[in-house]
Structures are given as structure tokens and as C-alpha cells.
Write a protein that binds this ligand. Sequence first.
Ligand code: ADP
Length: 258
Amino acid sequence: YRVQIVPVWSEQQSFGGAVMVLDDVSEVRRLEQVRTEFVANVSHELRTPLTSIKGFVETLRDGAVEQPEVAYRFLSIIEEETCRLQRLIEDLLQLSSIESQREQPFAEKSSLETALRQVQQLLEPLANEKNIAITFHVEKALPPVPLGPDPLRQVLVNLVENAIKYTLAGGQVSVTANRTVEGVVVEIIDTGIGIPQESLPRIFERFYRVDKARSREMGGTGLGLAIVKHLVEGCGGHVLVTSKFGQGSTFRVTLPLK
Ligand code: ADP
């Protein structure tokens, strides 16, 4: 609480009492803390690939460049780290642009069927590469949903890509879309590694990962689900997750129709 004590003077300019104002600033403090943590996280996430790039460039300059095999390996790492930085910056810019766009979330509508077809085309090769069976079942004649084509595709790509990333070879991913009384519901179900119960409330936070090393190895930025949540809630929808550690996860996105 912030406490303010204001003296009250009577008409004869003598002290008449005091008013104490108690201001609940816990929410302000919490938001300040969230912002400070976010800046610290961003700095850390940017510094890690930069340090690595700098180190490999120095080693190359100090002589490794003379050995073609070593040089080639180092250049691949530099390239990978540069791509990581690029993805991170793109995700950060996207998140900040969603956060600053408050008005008219319902202005644009688009077809879920089209978006899912594009996602299928984009991600089926990734699933095939990992020997994961991926299926899409979309109810016929679904009404348009209140998200523009790009944000809608982004939501679906992030969720389906995660399902593939966090499922081991030989597993299954199923994507369904149906109309319900609540709106259009998209479910992304995988038979993957699952999410521990205690992590479930945190996975939509920016930069939260259950397993940092695994996410990093998969090329993740830790921002994908935060973007999903912002976009879905921005158009009046919601996203829920249920999961059994070691068995698989289900992400359920409900998009309103009005
Ligand atoms: P990342 O870039 O690390 O994938 P996300 O924001 O997309 O970041 O996801 C946050 C974390 O949630 C991931 O690091 C992972 O630990 C967990 N996660 C997300 N989707 C799944 C899934 N389908 N199965 C298991 N874990 C998942």
C-alpha cells in the first residue's frame, strides 16, 4: 500500500484533523516487476546467441579459418545463431505490435478452412520428416472466425508446430475444427512428451519453457504461446491446455462467432 496523510485545517487555520489515504499499489508493483523481468529476459535471450557468434568469429580469425572443416562447422553455428536472433526479434516485434493494437479486434474475419489448409501444406513435411502421423478434420461450411488471415495462420502454425516439435518420432498429431454453441473450436492433440502439471499455468508466459535446452534445440524462442494467447484473447476467444506428462497434450482454441 502507498500511504498518504493529508492534514485538514479548520476555518480558523487551526489543525482540524487528518485524512489518511491508503492506495493499493500491489497491481502497479506487480506490473513493474513483470516488465523488469521481461527486459532482463530479453537481454539474456539476445546476449546468448551474440556471445556465441562473437566467440566463433574470434576463433575463426585467430586461425581456425585455415582449417576448412573446422571453419565450415563454425560458420554453420554462426548461421544457426543468427537465425535464432532473427526469429527472436521477429517474435518480439510481433508481440509488441499485438499489445499496442487494442482496438477493433473483430474488424477482420477469415476462413479457418483456408488457414488450416495452408498450415497443413506448411507443416506436413516437418511431421513426415519426424515420422509423425498428422491428420486434419475440418467440419464442412464453418463460418468465418474473427481474426485476420495472417494472425489466424500464426496461431495455428505456432500450436501445430509445437505439437510436432514436442512429439517423438512415431507419434501422432491430430487437428480438428468444429462448430459448437460457444463458437468454432480448434483442437490440436498430440501424443508427445506432455507438460508437467505444475508448468501448465505458466506455459503461456513470455519466455517460459518447461525444458530450456530442448526448446533451444528445437529452435524455439519461448514466445510462441504468448503470441497465441494474445491473438486469441484479443478477438474475444480463449485457449485452454490439458496435458499428461509423458503422454501428450491438447490445446483447445475457441473463437467466438460474433
Ligand atoms: P518454444 O519456442 O519454447 O516452443 P512456446 O511459447 O511455443 O515456446 O512454448 C512454451 C513451452 O511450452 C515450450 O518450451 C514447451 O516446454 C511447452 N510446450 C508447448 N507446446 C507443447 C506441446 N505440444 N507439448 C509439450 N510441451 C509443449
